[in-house]
Write a protein that binds this ligand. Structure first.
Ligand code: NAD
Ligand code: UGA
Length: 468
C-alpha cells in the first residue's frame, strides 16, 4: 500500500461525486460543462433527490440556483449523470469527490459545536470497500483541519491494497450566485501531498480557470483556509450589525457608515450590509467548529474571539423580534405578522439557519400569528424548520403559521410586515395596495434595509429598518 504517491500520472476520464446537494450538484455541473470529455456521475443515498435531479421538468430540480437548470438541461445524460448506484460510480472513476453534509453534532462529545463527520467517514469506508483500482479522493465538504489524516487512516486500514491519494479542495461558492462563483472563482484551492495528484485536479479546473488563480498548498492549510474564510466573512457581518445597534442610538445611519468605511480600499465594500442576522448552513456551523478546534488545543482566547461572532449574530436576531414586539405596544398575542421571505438570502430556496426561523420562533412564543410568503420556499419546509427547533408541538406550529402563495394575501389584515429576505421583487410591490389592506397603524420592520424609507412613510407606514 502506497499512500500519497502514485507511480505514474493518473489520467482522469471519469469522476464520481458523492453527495448531490447544494455543492455537489452545481460544482459538478460546471466541471462537466467545461470538461466534455470527462464523464461525471453524482451519487446520493437520497433516492428522491436523485429522482428530482433526473426529472424532465427542470423546475423540479432539488436546488434553485440562477443559471443551474440551463447547464443541467444541456449536459445531463451526456457527460453528467445522477444516480443512486454508488458502488458502480466509485469503481469506474479515477477521482472521487466527497461532497456530503458535515452538520454540527447534535449528540455526544462536541454536541452543538464540533462538525459531525459520520457521513464523511461512511464515504471513506465505502470507497475503501469497493475501490479496486487507484483513486484520488477529494475532500469537497468543509472539514475540520486534519480530517484528511482520518480519511487516510480508514482508506489505508480497510482498503483493498490499492493506492489512494487525498486532496483537499474546499468550495467557496455562495448560494444564489453559485454558478457565477464557479465559472469565475476568485481562486481554486487544492491542498495535497502528491504533486501528481494535485496536478491531475488542477488540470480539470484549468479548462476554464486561469492558472494563477489555482492555488496549491499543503493539506492542512487548505482545510483550515476554508473555515477561516467563512469565519472572516461572518465576522464582517457581525461587525457591521454591532455598529447598526449603535447607529440606532446615535442617529448615525449604518448604510452611510458602511459606505464610508467600505471606500477604504483596505476594508473594501463587500459583506458590510447590516441585516437581521446571517443565516445559511455554513457560517454558524463552521465558526462553531473553529471554536471547538481552538478549545481542543486549549487556545481559549482564540476560541472566545471567534465565538463572539455567533453571540453577536444571535443578539441581532433577538433584538429584531424584541423591537417588533416593543413597537407593537409590547404584545403580539393574536396579532398577524406577515413575513416576506423565509430563505436565508435571496435567489435560493435554502432555508437552513435562516434568521426568519428564529424570529418566527420568538414571536410564536409570544402567541403571534405568522403568515409567510417566499417566492421559492415550499410550505412544508417552513413547518419542518420550526418543528426541528422542538420549541412546541407540530400542531401548535401549524396553528401559529400559515403559508400564502401571494404577498398581497400574506399581508392582508396584518398588523406588521417583517422583511426577512432581500428578494428583489419585494421592492416592486404595490405598497399602496398593501397599506390599504393592513390594520392601522401599519408597521414595516425591514430586516434587510431594501425599501425606501421616505416612500414608505409617505404612504403612511410606520417604517423601521436596521441601523437607521
Ligand atoms: P447538502 O445537505 O445539500 O448535500 C449533501 C448530500 O449528501 C445530501 O443529499 C445527502 O443525502 C448526501 N449524503 C450524505 N451522506 C451520504 C452518503 N454516505 N452517501 C451518499 N450520499 C450521502 O449539503 P451541501 O450544502 O451541499 O454541503 C456539503 C458540504 O459542502 C458541507 O460540508 C458544507 O459545509 C460544504 N459547503 C457548502 C456550501 C453551500 O453553499 N451549501 C458552500 C461551500 C461548502
Ligand atoms: C457563504 C460564503 O459566502 C461562501 O464563500 C461559502 O462557500 C459558503 O458560505 C459555505 O461555505 O457554505 P452563503 O452562506 O451561501 O455563502 O451566502 P453568503 O452570501 O455568504 O451569505 C450568508 C449570510 O450572511 C446570509 O444570510 C446573508 O444574507 C448574510 N449577509 C451577507 C449579510 O447579512 N450581510 C452581508 O453583507 C452579507
Amino acid at each position: 500500500m502506497v499512500l500519497g504517491k502514485f507511480t505514474k500520472e493518473m489520467i482522469v476520464n471519469k469522476i464520481c461525486c458523492i453527495g448531490a446537494g447544494y455543492v455537489g450538484g452545481p460544482t459538478m455541473a460546471v466541471i462537466a460543462k467545461n470538461n466534455p470529455n470527462i464523464k461525471i456521475t453524482i451519487v446520493d443515498i437520497n433516492q428522491k433527490r436523485i429522482a428530482d435531479w433526473n426529472d424532465k421538468d427542470l423546475s423540479k430540480l432539488p436546488i434553485y440556483e440562477p443559471g443551474l437548470s440551463q447547464i443541467v438541461e444541456k449536459i445531463r445524460d451526456k457527460n453528467l449523470f445522477f444516480s443512486t448506484e454508488i458502488d458502480k460510480a466509485i469503481n469506474e472513476s479515477e477521482m472521487i469527490f466527497i461532497s456530503v453534509n458535515t452538520p454540527t453534532k447534535t449528540y455526544g462529545k462536541g454536541k452543538g459545536m464540533a462538525a459531525d463527520l459520520k457521513y464523511v467517514e461512511l464515504c471513506a469506508r465505502k470507497i475503501a470497500e469497493v475501490a479496486k483500482t487507484d483513486k484520488i479522493v477529494v475532500e469537497k465538504s468543509t472539514l475540520p483541519v486534519r480530517t484528511a489524516e482520518a480519511i487516510k487512516s480508514i482508506l489505508h486500514n480497510t482498503g483493498n491494497g490499492i493506492n489512494f491519494h487525498i486532496l483537499s479542495n474546499p468550495e467557496f461558492l455562495a448560494e444564489g450566485t453559485a454558478i457565477n462563483d464557479l465559472l469565475n472563482p476568485d481562486r481554486v484551492l487544492i491542498g495535497g501531498e502528491s504533486e501528481t495528484a494535485i496536478e491531475s485536479l488542477a488540470n480539470i479546473y484549468a479548462s476554464w480557470v486561469p492558472q494563477e488563480k489555482i492555488l496549491r498548498t499543503n493539506l492542512w492549510s487548505s482545510e483550515l483556509s476554508k473555515l477561516t474564510a467563512n469565519a472572516f466573512l461572518a465576522q464582517r457581518v457581525s461587525s457591521i450589525n454591532s455598529i447598526s445597534e449603535l447607529c440606532e442610538h446615535t442617529e448615525a445611519n449604518v448604510n452611510e457608515v458602511a459606505k464610508a468605511i467600505g471606500m477604504d480600499s483596505r476594508i473594501g465594500p463587500k459583506f458590510l450590509k447590516a441585516s437581521v442576522g446571517f443565516g445559511g448552513s455554513c457560517f454558524q456551523k463552521d465558526i462553531l467548529n473553529l471554536v471547538y478546534i481552538a478549545r481542543s488545543y486549549n487556545l481559549n482566547e482564540v476560541a472566545d474571539y471567534w465565538e463572539q461572532v455567533i453571540i453577536m449574530n444571535d443578539h441581532q436576531k433577538r433584538r429584531f423580534s424584541d423591537r417588533l414586539i416593543k413597537t407593537l405596544y409590547n404584545t403580539v398575542s393574536g396579532k398577524k405578522i406577515a413575513f416576506l421571505g423565509w430563505a436565508f438570502k435571496k435567489d435560493t430556496n435554502d432555508t437552513r439557519e435562516s434568521a426568519a426561523i428564529y424570529v418566527a420562533d420568538h414571536l410564536l412564543n409570544e402567541q403571534a400569528k405568522i403568515s409567510v410568503y417566499d417566492p421559492k420556499v415550499a410550505e412544508e419546509k417552513i413547518l419542518n424548520d420550526l418543528n426541528y427547533l422542538n420549541t412546541r408541538t407540530e400542531e401548535e406550529n401549524e396553528n401559529g403559521v400559515s403559508y400564502l402563495s401571494s404577498p398581497y394575501e400574506a399581508t392582508k389584515d396584518a398588523h406588521a410586515i417583517a422583511i426577512m429576505t432581500e428578494w428583489d421583487e419585494f421592492k416592486d410591490y404595490d405598497w399602496e395596495q398593501i397599506y390599504s389592506q393592513m390594520k392601522k397603524p401599519a408597521f414595516i420592520f425591514d430586516g434587510r434595509n431594501i425599501l425606501d424609507k421616505n416612500k414608505m412613510n409617505t404612504i403612511g407606514f410606520e417604517y423601521y429598518s436596521i441601523g437607521q
